[in-house]
Design a protein around this ligand. Structure first.
Ligand code: FAD
Length: 307
């Protein structure tokens, strides 16, 4: 019941000020955020790579309100790519970007976001890695998928994300499951209305499995973004049925969530990619993690009480 309330709060500036100023917030945020700067985050990436995990890196930020901020987001990714280059980890470190941080919601935002993100995708390709376009609320899906299609003309490895809670997503999966595509399937993390999205968790899970089946039977590269043990098990079974080898799909989980499972899957020979978010603009990302799971919220509440 609290999930929708927290998701609404994730877009409130007043709540942002209250939560950000609370002295207990930072230690809890650290569970989900790898650091505030690139320098703090690089050792985390190296230690993951040492343990056989791949990563996708997100410079925190979303919903920018002026073009200068969008340029700063672009530059932050370019700096990140420069910092990753000497580590020699390009093969296992890709980038995840939110187009709203590249100006997608501003006037002329579609073209602006494409113009700002293209140099990032190009710089990533130059060091031998890729970029995946995170998916945000449903009003952005058409624009994000169109930008994805345009980027793929020059950089075919560019990844897309689809959210099983949206009614439209099975159809999107059918279109995206083509050779050479990289598609991350998630359940969806935003507050969406009953006109566009399943509201019942069970329906979202069933839709996830339908989408997963389409992606697994297709000829692209499915990326399974979920911590759900049933989804992990179903993925393994569907991959087996589709005759996919272990390197023909991958699991993805968020930093700080089910770490034991991440290591278990990697040790079994699966490709396991951890989504690492870092930066100072953590509020929206953090609130979505609290909304996803009562236990995350309880962890936050306990730390309030135990001080
Ligand atoms: P849920 O449906 O939340 O939970 C199902 C079960 O999983 C639980 O019952 C429990 O057994 C297990 N579980 C879940 N969380 C935990 C936990 N913290 N500890 C222990 N067990 C747990 N959403 C978007 O809208 N756009 C994106 O671009 C996007 N990118 C993502 C990238 C990655 C790599 C991942 C993993 C998620 C991403 N998400 C994104 C978030 C996603 O949409 C879900 O909100 C989030 O993953 C929660 O759904 P779930 O499938 O993990 O499990």
């Amino acid at each position: 019941m609290l999930g929708p309330v927290i998701l609404a709060a994730s877009r409130s500036d007043a709540m942002r000020r209250i939560v950000s100023a609370a002295p207990v917030t930072k230690p809890v945020v650290k569970r989900f955020i790898a650091g505030e700067t690139v320098q703090e985050t690089l050792p985390v990436i190296e230690s993951m790579a040492d343990r056989g995990l791949e990563v996708t890196l997100d410079v925190l930020g979303e919903d920018v309100t002026d073009p200068a901020e969008a340029l700063r987001a672009r530059d932050a990714y370019l700096q990140l790519i420069e910092a990753v280059k000497p580590l020699g980890l390009a093969e296992c470190a890709e980038m995840s970007v939110k187009l709203s941080s590249f100006g997608q919601a501003l006037p002329g935002g579609h073209d602006l976001a494409l113009k700002n993100v293209a140099p990032v995708v190009e710089a990533a390709a130059e060091i031998g890695t890729t970029v995946t376009l995170d998916m945000e609320d449903h009003t952005t899906v058409d624009s994000t998928l169109a930008i994805h299609a345009e980027l793929r003309e020059r950089f075919p490895q560019t990844g897309a994300v689809v959210q099983s809670y949206l009614f439209r997503t099975e159809e999107d999966c059918r279109r995206l499951a083509a050779a050479g595509s990289r598609v991350r399937l998630v359940k969806g993390a935003y507050k969406e209305s009953a006109t566009v999205a399943y509201q019942d968790k069970h329906e979202v899970d069933k839709a996830y499995v339908r989408c997963l089946k389409i992606l697994m039977e297709g000829s692209g590269y499915p990326m399974i973004g979920s911590h759900d043990p049933r989804i992990v098990a179903i993925t393994q079974e569907l991959a087996r049925q589709a005759g996919r080898k272990l390197d023909e799909y991958e699991f993805q989980m968020l930093y700080g969530i089910r770490e034991g499972e991440q290591h278990r899957l990697a040790a079994e020979g699966h490709r396991m990619r951890v989504y690492i978010a870092y930066g100072t603009d953590w509020y929206g990302y953090f609130m979505r993690r609290l909304a996803e799971r009562p236990a995350n919220l309880a962890f936050f509440m306990r730390s309030l009480i135990s001080r």
